[in-house]
Ligand binder design. Structure first.
Ligand code: HEM
Ligand code: HEM
Length: 178
């Protein structure tokens, strides 16, 4: 199915809302899991954070592949160009964060020597255990997720609500399931 000016395809919507659901779970795990220090064991919540993060990375790869091979719907009629341009910038920044954030987390887990497992199989390490000079990966991972990603999502959601409740246009509706 080709996107039209009236909205996103079912696949684009499904991938968008799947990532939203996974991210909600992922932030809950991140905030309630024990603080990770030197030699912290990978307890259930920490392992769930790793596994969900890898699932988000996998869905982000599928989603980006979908985006580059399928046209975005035309912008809603009558939108000021600054709004369509800033929406595009925010969307691409969000796409970038969906890769950078989990990869940094995976690097930090590897550096700490913590296993990252998917369905019982251990995934390869991105960095050697205690690799010198990579201690920043965990800090940048947490800062990007907690501040930059959540800040941009806040802006993105505020824009969607502004279009729906203030401008009364179809911007939010075209991303909602029918
Ligand atoms: C989009 C996916 C992800 C999001 C949104 C996310 C979010 C977060 C957040 C918010 C924290 C900080 C928790 C706090 O406030 O104290 C954190 C910590 C951490 N996450 Fe993730 N995470 C993601 C993916 C991953 C992945 C894939 C891994 C590993 C395979 C991972 C490993 C870690 C580790 C090791 C820490 C502790 C960092 C440190 O303090 O040194 N994360 N994550
Ligand atoms: C309740 C939360 C959310 C709402 C209400 C929402 C709403 C929307 C809407 C209405 C659009 C279409 C915008 C347009 O037509 O220009 C959209 C697109 C998009 N959203 Fe969200 N969104 C939410 C959460 C998120 C999250 C958490 C992410 C990722 C971290 C995200 C990433 C994107 C991206 C990348 C697009 C562009 C779609 C594409 O062209 O592939 N959204 N969102």
């Amino acid at each position: 199915m080709t996107p039209t000016s009236s909205g996103y395809t079912g696949t684009a919507k499904a991938l968008h809302w799947l990532i939203v659901a996974l991210l909600i779970a992922q932030f809950i795990f991140a905030w309630i899991m024990p603080e990770i220090r030197r030699d912290t064991p990978a307890t259930t919540l920490i392992s769930l954070h790793f596994t969900f993060g890898i699932i988000i990375l996998a869905v982000a790869i599928v989603r980006l592949a979908w985006r580059v091979t399928h046209r975005e719907p035309e912008p809603e009629d009558g939108l000021p160009p600054w709004q369509t341009k800033s929406a595009t910038i925010v969307h691409w920044l969000l796409y970038a964060l969906l890769f950078v954030v989990p990869l940094l987390g995976w690097m930090d887990a590897s550096r700490r020597g913590m296993p990252v497992e998917m369905f019982g199989f251990e995934l390869p390490k991105l960095l050697a255990t205690r690799a010198p000079g990579w201690g920043w990966t965990g800090d940048v991972h947490g800062l990007l997720a907690n501040y930059v990603m959540l800040g941009l999502v806040g802006l993105h959601v505020a824009a969607a609500l502004y279009h729906h409740f203030v401008r009364h246009d179809g911007v939010l509706k075209r991303m909602l399931p029918r």
